[in-house]
Design a protein around this ligand. Structure first.
Ligand code: AMP
Ligand code: GLY
Length: 413
C-alpha cells in the first residue's frame, strides 16, 4: 500500500513513522513534511489546504491512501477533494469536520445525541456575553466558535479578561467550568463502526504545575494507570458511538479520527471538546505503543470496512512524550536556533525524537516553530518511559529551549 500524509507537525511525523513500520505499507510520502518526516517518507511540496493540489499530488503519486493530519485542511474540504479524485482518504469531510471547526455545532450535535458535556450558551453580542458570564459565574470559560489554532479558549477568574477575549472573537461559546482531570480518548471510525484507542493525557499549559498560558500541548503519556475501570467502554457507549450515529443521521457521516477531550468531573464524564483529527502530542506517545499495523486500520476506516479488521492492539508498558519548545513560545517563538544532540538522544534505548517545528538550513537543523520537537520514549512502565524521555531531552540542545519537567510525574506516584 502506498500512503501520503498531509501536514508538517509532530503528529504527522508520528503518523509517518508508524506507517513506515507497517509491513503492508510499501511507500510513505508526505507533504509538505519536515526534516524528521524526511527520514521515514519522501517529501513533496503542496499547499496543505488546497484540496485540488493535494488530490493532484495523490493522483500523480498513485497512492492508495491519503491521511490528512491537521484540522485546517479537513475543515477546508481537502478529504472531500481527495475522495472525489477516487482515492481513499482517512479524514472527515468538511461537513463532518465542523465537529471541530465550530464549537457551537459540536454542542448542538452533543445535545441531539445526548452526550454529556458542559452547559453552554452561544453569544453573538457583548450584552449576551456579559449576561452569560454572570449566570455561569467564575471561573469563566470563553471559547471562540471557530478554529483558533489553540488560542481560542480562555479560562479565567477575571471577568474583564473574559469579556476582552470574547470581544476579540466574534461568535463565542460560554461554558460551565468543568473540574477534574482531563483525558484524551481517540477513536478511529468509518462512520458506523467505532474503535477506541488507549486513553492518553496531555499537558496544555506552558509551565510546570499547569501554570502559564495554554499551548498546543507540552507533553503526553499513555496509558493512564489512575483512570477508572471501564472508562473506555463508558466513553465509547455514551460519547463516541452516539456522536458517530448522530452525524450519520444528519447525512454527514464522520469518518476519520474522532478526538474526545474529556473531563472526569465529580458528576461524571463530560466532553470538553471534540477534534476531528489525531491529537498532538498524544499521538506521538500513543502510536509508539501500537502493536498492530496502522496503515491497515486507517485504510479500512477510509473504505468503510472497519468492522472487518481486528481492533488495534497495544504493547504493554508505557510511552511518554516531552515537548521541547522554542524561546518565546507560545507568544512569539523565535526561529533559527541551531539544534544539536538529536542523534545522541536517539541512541538511547526506546527513544525517538519526533520533529515538529524544525528546518534544515545551511547552518544545519534549526528551530522553525513554537513546538520544536517531541522526545518520545517507551518503557516497561511510566516511570521507566519517563526516565528515558527525560534522558533524551537532556542530550538535545538549542538556545532558548524550554520543556516541562513534570510530564507524567503525578501518574507515577
Ligand atoms: P479546548 O480547546 O476546548 O480543548 O480547550 C482548551 C483547554 O481549556 C482544555 O483542555 C481545558 O483545559 C480548558 N477548558 C475548556 N473548556 C473547559 C471547561 N468547560 N471547563 C474547564 N476548563 C475548560
Ligand atoms: N493535544 C491537544 C490537541 O491536539 O488539540
Amino acid at each position: 500500500m502506498k500512503t501520503l500524509v498531509i501536514g508538517t507537525g509532530g503528529r504527522e511525523h508520528a503518523l509517518a513513522l508508524a506507517l513506515s513500520r507497517d509491513p503492508n505499507v510499501t511507500e510513505v510520502h508526505a507533504a509538505p513534511g519536515n526534516p524528521g518526516i524526511a527520514r521515514v517518507a519522501t517529501l513533496h511540496r503542496v499547499d496543505p489546504v488546497d484540496g485540488a493540489a493535494v488530490a493532484g499530488l495523490a493522483t500523480r503519486l498513485g497512492v492508495d491512501l491519503v491521511v490528512v493530519g491537521p484540522e485546517a485542511p479537513l475543515v477546508a474540504g481537502v478529504a472531500d477533494a481527495v475522495r472525489a479524485a477516487g482515492i481513499s482518504c482517512f479524514g472527515p469531510s468538511a461537513e463532518a469536520a465542523r465537529l471541530e471547526g465550530s464549537k457551537a455545532f459540536a454542542k448542538e450535535v452533543m445535545a441531539a445525541a445526548g452526550v454529556p458535556t458542559a452547559l453552554c450558551r452561544v453569544c453573538d453580542t457583548d450584552e449576551e456575553v456579559a449576561a452569560g458570564l454572570d449566570s455561569f459565574g467564575a471561573p469563566y470559560v470563553v471559547k471562540d466558535d471557530g478554529l483558533a489554532a489553540g488560542k481560542g479558549v480562555v479560562v479565567t477568574e477575571d471577568r474583564e479578561v473574559a469579556l476582552q477575549h470574547a470581544k476579540s472573537c466574534g461568535r463565542v461559546v460560554l461554558e460551565e467550568y468543568l473540574d477534574g482531570p482531563e483525558v484524551s480518548l481517540f477513536a478511529i471510525t468509518d462512520g458506523a463502526t467505532v474503535r477506541p484507542l488507549e486513553p492518553a493525557q496531555d499537558f496544555k499549559r506552558a509551565l510546570d504545575g499547569d501554570a502559564g498560558p495554554n499551548t498546543g500541548g507540552m507533553g503526553a503519556y499513555t496509558p493512564l494507570p489512575w483512570a477508572p475501570d471501564g472508562l473506555v467502554a463508558e466513553v465509547t457507549e455514551r460519547v463516541l458511538e452516539p456522536t458517530v450515529r448522530e452525524m450519520a443521521r444528519r447525512g454527514a457521516p464522520f469518518q476519520g479520527l474522532l478526538y474526545a477531550g474529556l473531563a472526569l468531573t465529580s458528576k461524571g464524564v463530560r466532553v470538553v471538546e471534540f477534534n476531528a483529527r489525531f491529537g498532538d502530542p498524544e499521538t506521538q506517545a500513543l502510536l509508539q505503543r501500537l502493536a498492530s499495523p496502522l496503515g491497515v486500520l486507517l485504510k479500512a476506516a477510509a473504505d468503510g470496512r472497519l468492522a472487518e479488521v481486528a481492533p488495534p492492539r497495544w504493547n504493554g508498558g508505557a510511552a511518554v512524550t516531552v515537548v521541547m519548545s522554542a524561546q518565546g513560545y507560545p507568544e512569539s517563538p523565535r526561529k533559527g536556533d541551531v539544534i544539536t544532540g538529536i542523534g545522541d538522544a536517539e541512541a538511547l534505548d526506546g527513544v525517538d525524537v519526533i520533529h515538529a517545528g524544525t528546518a534544515l538550513t545551511d547552518a544545519g537543523l534549526v528551530t522553525a516553530g513554537g513546538r520544536v520537537l517531541a522526545v518520545t520514549a517507551v518503557g516497561d512502565d511510566l516511570t521507566d518511559a519517563r526516565d528515558r524521555a527525560y534522558a533524551g531531552v537532556a542530550r538535545i540542545h538549542f538556545d532558548g529551549a524550554h520543556h516541562r519537567t513534570d510530564i507524567a510525574l503525578e501518574a507515577t506516584r
